[in-house]
Design a protein. Structure first.
Length: 462
């Protein structure tokens, strides 16, 4: 009776909101592995048998898990390892080494990480090895407990496998596959990649030592299932302390998922990426807007979270630039077009800026050269995002292989916000921007000193 009374007790709204934040954040940030991976049972069985032969019977193998992002490659591997470690012999003997192509950017770093994860730093010490193969062979030899048959099996997991193929001479891959094909030590090499053409990246000598086993995963998720996943992730559990608050919250989530505007936003995210991690990021942004004053997620919260997810970081940074900084960026872009990517200096940028200011005698923008130089120096930290700055004063402000054109749709001093759109001329990555090239004519010809550049072929005076 007391338990039921405690469960049905009405807690303060602030306490309920704190519990909601805690429960849902924990759920979104720390996803639990499913008991049985749905839809990939055959791949799970195949990979489990393959790794079991290495962990239990000492057989060397190599395999690639290939599929688009969000298809469940990492989840499949984690489920297999969880089930594999239930075997007493595997739990006792199997060693694991996890490498990531984004972190181990060359073979030297990868070898140090292998040594660290195998806890062989003291064994290696200050030894000097003649080659990578000799170093790796020494590490594997150190894992032997006695004779060759009693060597401890090692599982190598290479996440972002395709990035390891870009290492010099592919030394790491060559030696791992070479050991897996020989009787030196029982190892299993599992590569995880999203590139379907990953085998084309391998050198001939590396490819010849690979077993050519591939496990393909394809996402067969439907939008209905995606929508159900959103609702499941946001609903509160049955054991929530305040049952009335939990019921009201779950009803509001169901109403939210049935809203047409919400469905359109989720459909856009679904078409962009079926990866649940991006969906969890969207829901985390929505959850952060819940407060005591607004104890529920509204459609407007989801729309705002979606806008933040799809916002371009470079365009957002441009919103904070001053009119002078925007003008200098446009001048640099124009000089880059005129001189076809050749280097130019600050004096040339200043002259270009003055030339366009002189087109209108009533322009309010007039800055001295020291001011312009100071602004350019202050813009140098933005170079990694926008302009590849090198050295002053002779600087290649904008390289020809990364051309950006900045279009100012409106710019006025005062309360009117400067709306900046960035158009990448090299790739068509941002589809929301205009597909026609932007000309530089009459950027400074308006009475306010700045106006939107006309599209190619348009009347510059219009």
């Amino acid at each position: 009776m007391s338990k039921r009374k405690g469960k049905d007790a009405h807690l303060p709204v602030g306490e309920c909101i704190t519990l909601v934040q805690q429960i849902l954040r924990e759920r979104l940030c720390h996803q639990q592995l499913p008991d049985k991976p749905d839809g990939i049972e055959a791949q799970h069985k195949h990979l489990l048998e393959l790794l079991k032969r290495t962990a239990v019977h000492g057989e060397s193998n190599s395999v690639l898990i290939v599929g688009p992002r969000g298809a469940g490659k990492t989840m499949l591997l984690k489920c297999v390892l969880r089930d594999l470690l239930e075997e007493k012999e595997a739990q006792k003997n199997l060693l694991q080494v996890h490498l990531n192509g984004l972190l181990q950017t060359d073979d030297r770093i990868a070898l140090k990480e292998i040594t660290r994860q195998l806890h062989l730093e003291n064994v290696v010490g200050d030894k000097v090895f003649g080659s990578f193969a000799e170093n790796l062979a020494f590490l594997l030899e150190a894992l032997k407990k006695g004779d060759r048959s009693s060597s401890r099996p090692v599982l190598f997991v290479l996440d972002e496998f395709d990035l390891f193929a870009h290492h010099k001479n592919q030394t790491l891959l060559y030696n791992l596959f070479d050991v897996s094909q020989s009787a030196q030590a029982p190892i299993a090499v599992v590569g995880v990649t999203c590139r379907l053409d990953v085998l084309e990246l391998l050198e001939k000598r590396v490819k010849s030592r690979f077993s050519h086993r591939q496990i393909h995963l394809l996402s067969n998720l439907t939008f209905t299932e995606y929508l159900e996943r959103v609702q499941t992730q946001l609903c509160l559990p049955d054991d929530f302390p305040d049952s009335k608050f939990a019921q009201d919250w779950n009803d509001s989530i169901q109403t939210l998922c049935e809203d047409k505007s919400v469905e359109e936003v989720l459909q856009r995210h679904f078409n962009s990426s079926k990866d649940f991690r991006s969906m969890h990021m969207l829901l985390m942004l929505c959850l952060s807007r819940v407060s005591v004053a607004k104890p529920a997620i509204k459609p407007a919260d989801l729309l705002e979270a979606s806008r933040l997810c799809f916002a371009d970081a470079k365009a957002n940074m441009l919103h904070g630039l001053s009119i002078l900084e925007l003008c200098l960026i446009i001048a640099m872009k124009h000089l880059n077009d005129v001189y076809e990517g050749e280097p130019f200096n600050l004096q040339m940028v200043h002259n270009e800026f003055k030339k366009f200011l002189q087109r209108k005698s009533n322009s309010m923008y007039n800055f001295d050269q020291p001011v312009i130089m100071k602004v350019c120096i202050n813009m140098k930290p933005l170079s990694k995002f926008f302009l590849p700055f090198n050295s002053f004063p002779a600087t290649r402000f904008l390289e020809s292989n990364t051309l950006y054109c900045f279009r100012c749709s409106s710019a006025m001093i005062g309360r009117i916000t400067v709306n900046i759109y960035i158009f990448c001329m090299k790739t068509d990555k941002f589809n929301i921007f205009p597909s026609k090239p932007i000309t530089y004519t009459s950027c400074f010809s308006s009475p306010s000193g700045l106006r939107a550049p006309a599209a190619a072929g348009a009347d510059p005076t219009g």
